[in-house]
Design a protein around this ligand. Structure first.
Ligand SMILES: *[C@@H]1O[C@H](CO)[C@@H](O)[C@H](O)[C@H]1NC(C)=O
Ligand SMILES: *[C@@H]1O[C@H](CO)[C@@H](O)[C@H](O)[C@H]1NC(C)=O
Ligand SMILES: *[C@@H]1O[C@H](CO)[C@@H](O)[C@H](O)[C@H]1NC(C)=O
Ligand SMILES: *[C@@H]1O[C@H](CO)[C@@H](O)[C@H](O)[C@H]1NC(C)=O
Length: 361
């Protein structure tokens, strides 16, 4: 054979080999990294997804009778269970970090793990609270956290579009308008704090701020604990709520903002990550950021002026024409939410350095 011919034949053979390898991989549906886009749509949402919660976060269990995801959250084909005997059938197994950290629960490392099963590391706590995670490196496939860079981002709350109608002039108007409870606000500011530590930045800001404005303080730290059903009506009586996070960390924006402030219909004064980080979650005119002021005195006098000027105060509620606030009801909703993300999840992934990921500020 002439060298030229041999070369062409060799090339053709290589091509054939490559093609069949590609077909083999494709047909076997081996989970190689995605080339581009996603081929997961073929698998579709019609497939049932089963989620096993290995243990309930903070030992508080909720009933799981019936098709919870469909009946409570309108999420079809999604089944959650806490029955460990279903381990080998589960597509996803969720482990809440707190119980692993305090060793009240263990990972089922002795059980044979189905190859396509995904283990989810779940924590809604900031990096400072998570201790050494190196022991659980190389074990998890996915993360679920308040962080936007988690595989399953689970913020403490979110803005949802407010239902709109078209008025006679063809303009969009909210279906139900929001009324600013101006007349109901009979105090300037309030704060609920259960964990008062002098070294927290928020304690320092509070101690300075109270020299300039009155602040109603509730919670265990002040021995004025509010009953759950009293929380929103009580903090809702003040113009402002001090939504001060105990840990200052990227994306760590908790129910202090979403529930104690937005749901209570007051204006939040936030202390946490920088303003730009808050603006990734909420409209820029929905909150007052402590860092916008040079001192507690400046902040205090701004709040006093704002509470005396109804027009200006009400401008902090303008976003409510477009948005409503949604706060997940309990862990069941968060678990069902995994199904909504299921098709976009990476088919194959291992957190070899979960520690590094979880401790990243
Ligand atoms: C999904 O689960 C439901 C309820 O158990 C069952 O009726 C249905 O056949 C399942 N669908 C698939 C595609 O497995
Ligand atoms: C003000 O408080 C009253 C009594 O709690 C309540 O019925 C009313 O809806 C509140 N007004 C607004 C605008 O929220
Ligand atoms: C109240 O606020 C509005 C809007 O910010 C401003 O135009 C107005 O001058 C303020 N009124 C007083 C009395 O300060
Ligand atoms: C999940 O992680 C484990 C490592 O503990 C790995 O063996 C397995 O292949 C991974 N599975 C998926 C579906 O990513």
């Amino acid at each position: 054979m002439k060298p030229r011919r041999a070369y062409i034949l060799w090339l053709a053979l290589c091509l054939l080999a490559l093609l069949s390898l590609y077909q083999y991989v494709y047909l076997q549906n081996i989970n190689l990294p995605k080339w581009r886009g996603s081929n997961s749509h073929h698998r579709g949402r019609l497939r049932n997804v089963s989620i096993l919660l290995w243990h309930w976060p903070f030992r508080r269990a909720y009933p799981l009778q019936g098709d919870v995801c469909l009946n409570m959250y309108s999420i079809p084909h999604c089944f959650i269970t806490d029955d460990r005997s279903l381990f080998d059938q589960a597509d996803v197994v969720v482990f809440h970090h707190h119980e692993l950290q305090i060793s009240s629960q263990k990972l089922p490392l002795h059980l044979p793990r189905p190859p396509s099963q995904k283990w989810v590391w779940l924590s809604l706590e900031p990096p400072a609270v998570n201790r050494d995670l190196t022991k659980i490196n190389h074990l998890f496939n996915l993360t679920m956290s308040y962080r936007r860079d988690a595989d399953i981002p689970m913020p403490y709350g979110r803005m949802v579009p407010r239902p709109q109608r078209i008025d006679p002039h063809g303009e969009k108007k909210p279906l139900h308008s929001f009324v600013v409870p101006w007349e109901n606000h009979t105090c300037l500011a309030s704060w609920v704090v259960s964990n008062f530590k002098r070294h927290h930045r928020r304690s320092h800001v509070y101690l300075e701020l109270r020299k300039h404005i009155p602040i109603n303080v509730y919670g265990a730290a002040n021995k004025k604990r509010l009953a759950t059903d009293q929380l929103l009506p009580t903090v809702g009586r003040c113009h402002f709520y001090l939504a001060f996070e105990n840990s200052v960390s990227r994306d760590y924006i908790t129910e202090k903002l979403w529930r104690n402030s937005f749901q209570a219909a007051n204006v939040p004064v936030v202390l946490g990550p920088p303003r730009s980080n808050y603006e990734a979650f909420v409209p820029r005119d929905s909150f007052i950021h402590v860092d916008d002021f040079g001192s507690a005195k400046e902040l205090g006098s701004f709040l006093k002026r704002l509470a005396a000027n109804r027009t200006h105060y009400e401008s902090y509620f303008r976003w409510r024409e477009k948005y409503d606030v949604h706060v997940p009801s309990d862990w069941r909703e968060r678990l069902c939410h995994i199904c909504k993300r299921y098709n976009e999840l990476p088919p194959f992934k291992v957190y070899h350095d979960l520690h590094g990921w979880a401790k990243k500020e």
